[in-house]
Design a protein around this ligand. Structure first.
Ligand SMILES: CC(C)(COP(=O)(O)OP(=O)(O)OC[C@H]1O[C@@H](n2cnc3c(N)ncnc32)[C@H](O)[C@@H]1OP(=O)(O)O)[C@@H](O)C(=O)NCCC(=O)NCCS
Length: 144
């Protein structure tokens, strides 16, 4: 397994994973503009040459916002999500980033467990934030 910087040539594979994973998937243009954005840090996890997952976010000043993380369904529960985030956290520490934030649906216990395992805590709650009326948990972790 290798973790690498995301490239424009990765977008079609990522789009397939995204479409199969989310009710409201990001569109092609969102991926392309994020990859081109100089504030963004986007990683892919590969086995041989196949992309099995990715994570994406923006670093502004000393704060990072994780905007997306996803692993192909058949590859879940194999520590790829965990490994991607460990790699990201190490990278952010090297860049002297101080904090990381993310937002997650209160019902997404798999992702919440993953974030808690990595030391994230709930910072505040956005009530009935999603279309399904679920709350959004804004989770936070200090770096360094
Ligand atoms: C959330 C997601 C990225 C986790 O990736 P993953 O590679 O399957 O997770 P890992 O194998 O690295 O698991 C790490 C930890 O996450 C938690 N976790 C992952 N899958 C879980 C599951 N099915 N049930 C409960 N906890 C789970 C556990 O704490 C796990 O640690 P453990 O294996 O010691 O129990 C993956 O489920 C996914 O892509 N989901 C769809 C997209 C999504 O919801 N993204 C997050 C949006 S906020």
């Amino acid at each position: 397994m290798k973790i690498e910087k995301m490239n424009l040539s990765d977008v079609s594979s990522i789009q397939e994973i995204e479409n199969a994973s989310f009710d409201v998937p990001w569109g092609y243009n969102s991926f392309v503009s994020d990859i081109k954005n100089s504030s963004s840090i986007n990683l892919v996890c590969k086995i041989d040459r196949q992309i099995v997952g990715y994570c994406m976010g923006w670093m502004v000043e000393k704060e990072f916002q994780l905007n997306n993380i996803c692993i192909i369904k058949d590859f879940r529960k194999n520590k790829y999500g965990y490994s991607l985030l460990i790699h990201l956290l190490e990278l952010l520490e090297m860049l002297e980033c101080e904090k990381i934030f993310l937002e997650v649906d209160e019902a997404n216990y798999k992702a919440i467990n993953l974030y808690e395992k990595l030391g994230f805590v709930v910072s505040y709650i956005r009530k009935k934030y999603y279309k399904n009326k679920n709350d959004a948990l804004v989770m936070f972790r200090s770096l360094m």
